[in-house]
Design a protein around this ligand. Structure first.
Ligand code: AQP
Length: 331
């Protein structure tokens, strides 16, 4: 019996090189579920095309994202690792859920508002309906827990609303998922503009620390991080830059705000920035080394994708046949 364990699902878009925001907010937390849950971690390439992608780069980043999952500690034997477009049920359920998602709900999504402002020349229907495809990703696997960063909270709430609505009409069909949003890590903000989220598609490379950046680049980027005119390392209102650096330092060292404030009492921002850079670079060094090893093994990555999609298909097919029957499609 495959189904004794609770189910975990999450995904990352291969829409750019992955950032420490993706790492701290999401991927770093994935492996904690591997032993006790049935886990599905997906490279969500279908979401990535809501923004224009260069095909060769999308393909390369799909492999890289899978390799990064593994480099961050996800064992392919203990977790189902796969690519979204390899399981066509995502698109099928996505369309069906579009028909159970309200225009007003989608219009309220802050990610849609942000992304349509950023890509004003390409506000396509997929960008708008992104959350119902995300709901399909989650609901296909009868997911109990979705580990995501805080920026995805609104999409998880909408997924729950869509599932509840569907269940009310057709009877119990979908498990209602819970988000797993770590309370000790906040949204990681841009180093250049600390009131905006650090996003992999930000065109300013100094705003972003990539998981695969080398130590020198990481330290240089933290040295240049925007802070404020104060000099004291402490958490507080109006100190967005320092708050962000403290969150990052906490993520790599486990130190609390009070401990950080004590450690840098009497020291300047320069010392603090250097310490954050070093903690981050040292924390990521093993990930980079393992990534280099995995990315060279393309055939192995392909075998992981293939096995992962076969297992995902098995689960997704069961949900889809239930959904098709409930809504009245002829089998
Ligand atoms: N800055 C962040 N802080 C904390 N968590 C973050 N996540 C992303 N950025 C931060 C979390 O990473 C997971 C994967 O995100 P995604 O790739 O699906 O999409 P996203 O949230 O739109 O990430 P980006 O980096 O901003 O991508 P682009 O630039 O392509 O839109 C999610 O769990 C997310 O919460």
């Amino acid at each position: 019996m495959l189904q004794d364990k609770k189910i975990v699902f999450s995904g990352v878009q291969p829409s750019g090189n992955l950032t420490i925001g993706n790492y701290i907010g999401a991927i770093k937390n994935f492996s904690r579920f591997s032993e006790e849950y049935e886990t599905f971690y997906c490279v969500v390439d279908m979401h990535a095309i809501t923004v224009r992608q260069v095909p060769a780069e999308l393909r390369r980043r799909t492999y890289e994202t899978l390799a990064l999952y593994m480099a961050c500690g996800l064992d392919a034997k203990k977790n189902t690792l796969f690519v979204q477009s390899h399981v066509p049920y995502h698109a099928e359920l996505g369309w069906i859920l579009d028909c159970y998602t309200m225009f007003g709900e989608l219009s309220r999504m802050t990610q849609f508002k942000d992304k349509s402002a950023k890509h004003a020349d390409n506000i396509n229907a997929g960008l708008f309906t992104y959350p119902s495809l995300m709901a399909a990703d989650i609901l296909l696997y009868q997911t109990d827990v979705v580990p995501v960063g805080i920026d995805q909270k609104q999409h998880i709430e909408l997924t729950r609303d869509i599932a509840t609505r569907f269940n009310q009409v057709y009877g119990d069909t979908f498990t209602i998922p819970e988000g797993f949003i770590p309370t000790d890590t906040m949204k990681i903000m841009s180093l250049a503009e600390p009131t905006a989220k650090m996003s992999k598609s930000d065109p300013n490379p100094n705003a972003i620390v990539y998981i695969l950046d080398n130590k020198d680049d990481i330290i240089r980027k933290f040295r240049r991080a925007v802070t404020d005119s104060d000099t004291r390392v402490c958490y507080g209102e109006g100190k967005d830059g320092i708050n962000n650096l403290m969150n990052i330092y906490h993520a790599f060292t486990g130190k609390s705000n009070e401990e950080i404030e004590r450690e840098f009492d009497g020291k300047g921002y320069g010392d603090f920035k250097l310490a954050v850079g070093e903690a981050c670079a040292d924390g990521l060094a093993p990930v980079r080394a393992e990534f280099d090893r995995l990315i060279a093994a393309k055939a192995y990555l392909e075998s992981v994708m293939k096995e992962g999609s076969e297992k995902a298909m098995y689960y997704a097919r069961k949900t889809m046949s239930k959904v098709r029957r409930k809504i009245g499609f002829v089998n």
